[in-house]
Design a binder for this molecule. Structure first.
Ligand SMILES: *Cc1c(COP(=O)(O)O)cnc(C)c1O
Length: 451
């Protein structure tokens, strides 16, 4: 059984409990035509069969991770109320839950007085951070590495802020000398530091960037949408651990609970170290704030209506799996990283493959050895297709050849980008499946290369 269903019974019990809150109201019994609903729902199930098997450990491709059952259940339970976390009037309990989870996430990074809230995802969260960056230093440049998420450039377009990209080094991290050159040119207001790039899981050298900050004056925004939770783990490279320990020095942080935080999509989080940036959000909405002088989340977020259910789901998850070093959640992340290291071992010891650099978090990239980059790219695409026929779902990515050149100078570098494999090992169960994944990869590679 791939889909966990045993927990569904708990939902019925919790709904009965929730129902008690209406017991003083006059009877009101909504009815529905269950047969019709059942028929449509069955069609939905049929339609949803057309997907890759995301919840299965043999899905080791894109950055996808199934939500925890508690998140699914709490989200669904709260939908009978359907709270809106824009204002206390729309979602009293879920607003408080949001404030609690956001404070816990801030604490994870070492912040006790941060201002923050949940939002639709990493893109929205980065948009708010860069908007505040633009408000704090109007007209100044935002810079991010060429390996930063592609939306930073686009967000700056939306916000009409000047954007410039900084070269990355052969490890996929921001190149410090290139950054320094840009800083010397002047007019840089904010440096976006990616803590775990989406393509390769590389961590930008925050320690070096902080040193530059004391010399040049700029804001630092950390985009930790994917990598943020790794701050809880105990098996990163010592150098990477240091970068994480410095996150508390930055001005804003973005983290995506819907990536490594076991949440359904629609859950990003933005945090500001200085709570006084709340002043930039100030607005007067005539109709939403009636009942309380407490701060409404709508007063400190760009979006208006937001799903309170996202906060409820995250609250339930953090109750079950607190954000603690050495805790169960932290250990599950360490296993993801172990899985990436284990697969890296196997791939880098195999003469048919070419690795770039050891995985910094739990994303691994590798290429096929061939006489030229174009041939290698072709083979990767072919192996990718064959693997999926065998039930192994990897992903490919087009990445700069500089990641590979040094490890294999003998290839003819006939194009600037190489199609290679990119495996996001975001499920702790991947660790138990690496042997299986490797056997399948080995088999389809043998068949493809001897064709
Ligand atoms: C995924 C990701 C984003 C975008 O987040 P969404 O939740 O997909 O909108 C931004 N930055 C990084 C580093 C990411 O990995």
């Amino acid at each position: 059984m791939v889909l966990e269903k045993s927990s569904l019974l708990t939902l019925q019990k919790a709904l009965d409990r929730l129902e008690e809150s209406f017991k003083d109201l006059p009877a009101y019994n909504p009815t529905i035509e269950v047969e019709k609903v059942e028929a449509v729902l069955s069609t939905v199930a049929e339609r949803m069969k057309d997907n890759f098997p995301y919840p299965h450990p043999l899905y080791a491709g894109q950055m996808l991770k199934p939500p925890h059952p508690i998140a699914r259940l709490a989200y669904t339970l709260s939908l009978w109320i359907n709270p809106n976390n824009h204002a206390l009037d729309g979602g009293r309990a879920s607003t408080l839950m949001e404030k609690e989870v956001v404070a816990e996430i801030a604490k994870m990074f070492g912040w006790s007085t941060a201002l923050g809230h949940l939002c639709g995802g990493g893109t929205m969260a980065n948009l708010e951070s860069l908007w505040i960056a633009g408000q704090s230093s109007p007209g100044k440049k935002i810079v991010a590495s060429e390996q930063a998420h592609y939306t930073h450039n686009r967000i700056c377009g939306v916000l009409a802020l000047p954007f410039q990209s900084v070269e990355s080094d052969k490890f996929g991290r921001m190149d410090i000398r290139s950054l320094k050159r840009l800083l010397d040119e002047g007019d840089v207001g904010t440096v976006v530091v990616t803590i775990g790039t989406t393509a390769t899981g590389s961590v930008d050298p925050l320690s070096e960037i902080l040193k530059l900050q004391s010399q040049y004056n700029f804001r630092i925004h950390a985009d930790a949408a994917y990598g943020g939770y790794f701050t809880l783990t105990d098996n990163l490279r010592p150098e990477t651990t240091i970068e994480y320990s410095l996150l508390k020095e930055v001005d804003s942080i973005v983290i995506d609970p819907h990536k490594h935080g076991l949440q359904p999509y629609g859950c990003g989080c933005v945090l500001f170290r200085d709570p006084s940036v709340g002043r930039f959000y100030k607005h007067d909405s005539p109709y939403t704030y009636f009942t309380s002088s407490e701060i409404h989340l709508g007063e400190i977020s760009l979006e208006c209506s937001r799903p309170g259910s996202a906060a409820v789901a995250l609250w339930a998850t953090q109750q079950l799996l607190p954000l603690e070093k050495g805790g169960e959640f932290a250990k599950s992340l360490s296993r993801c990283r172990e899985a990436a290291k284990k697969l890296f071992e196997k791939v880098s010891n195999d003469g048919r493959f070419l690795t770039a650099f050891a995985p910094e978090l739990d994303i691994l990239i590798w290429a096929v050895k061939a006489e030229s980059v174009s041939r290698s790219s072709l083979l990767a695409k072919e192996i990718f297709v064959q693997a999926s026929k065998e039930g192994l779902h990897l992903a490919t990515a087009d990445l700069p050849i500089k990641f590979f050149v040094e490890n294999f100078p003998d290839m003819i570098y006939d194009q600037q980008r190489i199609t290679c494999f990119r495996s996001c090992l975001l499920k702790p169960e991947h660790l138990d499946w690496i042997d299986h994944i490797w056997q399948t990869l080995d088999k389809v590679t043998r068949l493809t290369l001897t064709k």
